[in-house]
Design a protein around this ligand. Structure first.
Ligand code: FAD
Length: 309
């Protein structure tokens, strides 16, 4: 039986209270959100916090709103809420694509968006989705707040820029005209972590790609992004040839490792193929010729056992 070490418990009643508790208990305290990552790690003694600061009562951190030309997502928003949000899906289909294939309903009902990002697992799906969308993370500090680009948020596997006395409170995504987005993932089985996944956001100006964001997860991409492929796409025609080349560039610049989920060369192949597929679907969505996720040719979203085709 796996039993966590002894731990003190405090229930925060407001964001300010949570921050004061984090200051009081110091670096050995940990925020408890959905607990789907933290509690298993405590059971395995991979994490041994002295105090848990439970933020589950902070309803002010659970929201999805549109304000000032941005989509704003509270850190305590559950995966299931994001999946159910028409506002999020209307502006950024990538979020629904990704949430549909994150874990299972039990994890999605309790796990939070903020917890996923702060866990900083190198295979986290939302890290790639928010990197593609060029989102910003709002972090509350004891003295105020600061905003960090998604691509600067993770400093390494299981590490973020959130300091021990700080709290991630919100994710913001600019809503820009001409945009379309999509997420494509391959996992070994339904509800599993990705073998590889790609998230894409493109903004069209007529038939030209004005801007592109490409996020990759589980394939060793720096900052969960494929910056070189994005650079290639900017100003190019939104064609199959551009998408295929961008996929190749994305694959060339990631550094997957072989593990129980698959060999490195297969993951590199996935980076290329899934980037191309997500670009194709994102373009269709940008052109308002949306195809429901999972039904487009080549199954661009959803989990497929083994190879993606
Ligand atoms: C069976 C299973 C399958 C899964 N499959 C997938 C998958 O396919 N894809 C995927 O991406 N993920 C997957 N996950 C991971 C899951 O999405 C995340 O573990 C979970 O959502 C983390 O969120 P949480 O709210 O449970 O975080 P917690 O476990 O509560 O916290 C995780 C970490 O983040 C910190 N933290 C939490 N919130 C904040 C905050 N607001 N500010 C600062 N620090 C904070 C905690 O202190 C802790 O260190 C899976 C998990 C399980 C258990």
């Amino acid at each position: 039986m796996q039993v966590p070490a002894h731990v003190e418990y405090e229930k925060a009643t407001s964001v300010e209270h949570a921050l004061s508790l984090l200051v009081r208990y110091g670096p050995e305290a940990r925020v408890l959100a959905g607990g789907h990552s933290l509690i298993p790690m405590m059971k395995l003694r991979l994490a041994q916090p002295e105090t848990l600061i439970d933020v589950n009562g902070l309803s002010q951190l659970s929201f999805i709103t549109e304000a000032n030309g941005e989509l704003r997502i509270g850190a305590l928003t559950r995966h299931a809420q994001l999946l159910d949000s028409p506002t999020a899906g209307r502006h950024f289909a990538i979020l629904h694509d990704a949430e549909r294939v994150i874990a299972d309903p039990i994890v999605r009902n309790w796990g939070t968006v903020g917890g996923s990002l702060c866990q900083a697992d190198p295979s986290e799906d939302l890290s790639a989705a928010f990197a593609a969308l060029k989102a910003s993370m709002v972090i509350r500090t004891p003295d105020g707040s600061r905003t960090v680009p998604a691509r600067d948020f993770h400093t390494g596997p299981y590490e973020t820029v959130v300091a021990p006395a700080e709290l991630l409170t919100e994710i913001r995504i600019a809503i820009r005209p001409g945009g379309g987005s999509a997420y494509a993932k391959v996992a070994r089985r339904v509800g599993d972590w990705p073998v590889g996944a790609a998230g894409v956001a493109i903004w069209l100006d007529g038939g030209t790609i004005a801007d592109a964001g490409i996020g990759l997860t589980a394939v060793g991409a720096e900052h969960f992004a494929a910056a070189e492929a994005e650079e290639f796409l900017r100003g190019r025609p939104a064609t199959e040839a551009s998408f295929a080349r961008a996929g190749q560039i994305a694959a060339e610049h990631c550094r997957p490792s072989s593990d129980q989920r698959g060999p490195a060369d297969y993951k590199r192949h996935l980076a290329s193929e899934l980037t191309t597929r997500a670009l194709r679907l994102a373009m269709r969505r940008a052109q308002r010729q949306d195809t429901p996720a999972g039904t487009a040719p080549g199954r661009p979203t959803g989990t497929a056992p083994g190879r993606p085709t």
